[in-house]
Design a protein around this ligand. Sequence first.
Ligand code: SF4
Ligand code: SF4
Length: 399
Amino acid sequence: MSFFTAVKATLLENAMNSFLSRLRLKWFLATRSLGNGVDFVDTLYRIYLNHNKIIHFREGYPVYPLMTPALFSKPAANFVSRALFRTIQNKNLPNLMSFAVTDECNARCEHCSFYEGVEEPGRHVLTLEESVKVIADAQQLGVSVINFVGGEPLMRDDLPQLVEAVDKDLSTTLLFTNGWALEERAGELRKAGMDSVFVSLAFADPARHDEFCHTPGLFDRAIRGIRKAKKLGFSTGFAATIVPETWQDGELDRIVELARQLALHEVFVFDAVPSGRYRDRADLLDKSDWVEEMIQSALRYNRDPKYPGVTFHSEMSSYRSVGCSCGTSFFYLSPYGDMMSCDFNHAKFGNVLQEPLWRVWERLSTLPEFCQAKWGGCKVKDSGSRKLETVSAGNFRNE
Ligand code: SF4
Ligand code: SF4
């Protein structure tokens, strides 16, 4: 073999080895990162929700709870990027806005947190133009989830225009409704780009639910509405508010069973808070034993694929997850433009008609009581925190 042939052979062998090594590296990374990716996602949701069940795939993207963007969707990228930014800037940025778009409602539920807390008859409700600006400003500040709430949001005729105004590359959208008008309006909302619908349910029994909401026929209409929403491709769920007495009476199990029969994706459980019409319920203050019992007993649903996901607000706001993070990562906006820390704390921190939304958020999110998530759970249920909030905002109406 001549010298030049030997050099050529060596170079060829080196090139082949290098090519094979790179190929092997790519294979290693592909398989290992897939495995790591699954482990990462499993751990992430197990910490956040206490379960890692994919409740369904919306437009091909996996959904764990409806209250967060579908994994790997564009709003999820916004969520992750903002999380990185808030670390770099050492600032609290909101990822969720609960936007109460109206102060009207056709029902009168006994547990309502809105009425007697926020309703101030005769006040100016944000117009379409003002509301669209709120949405744009909130998205600029980083929100990746927008909850449309009320009152009853379907009483607002221009709700589809509000949903259309949301930049869907940045935020996922949810509706919380009593379901009265859902069957008629689901189509226009889906067209406008709404992703998810929660129908509020206090009881799985029609007569008891209608009586509790003082609205005959509400249960049947709500069920017809959620069926229609499911057919149209919405992510769907029940939002169930449970109190100690309905927990003892087994109502949560009946609601979950009804959701299973209707093939809904999730039951989101709120443990009732002493706010609004329940503001004088001292039995809801400082007591969490029954809530813990409820969370533990419902874990079995998330291990069983036959059932919808069962997600607890109190789990997410506990020390095991992100803690009570109102003012740290989310806020509530009343129909009049007042920013509040969450749907259940009616202290006002500023109004978006009087100053920019980011400035009000900065005020709220830098207050000592709000600048860090509260690990011990709900601020409104904690008698000590309620006193602090009175000091913060000067008008905590629940006291
Ligand atoms: S439907 Fe909602 S806003 Fe209306 S009374 Fe019931 S809880 Fe309150
Ligand atoms: S104070 Fe915190 S835990 Fe309580 S209802 Fe508001 S956000 Fe949820």
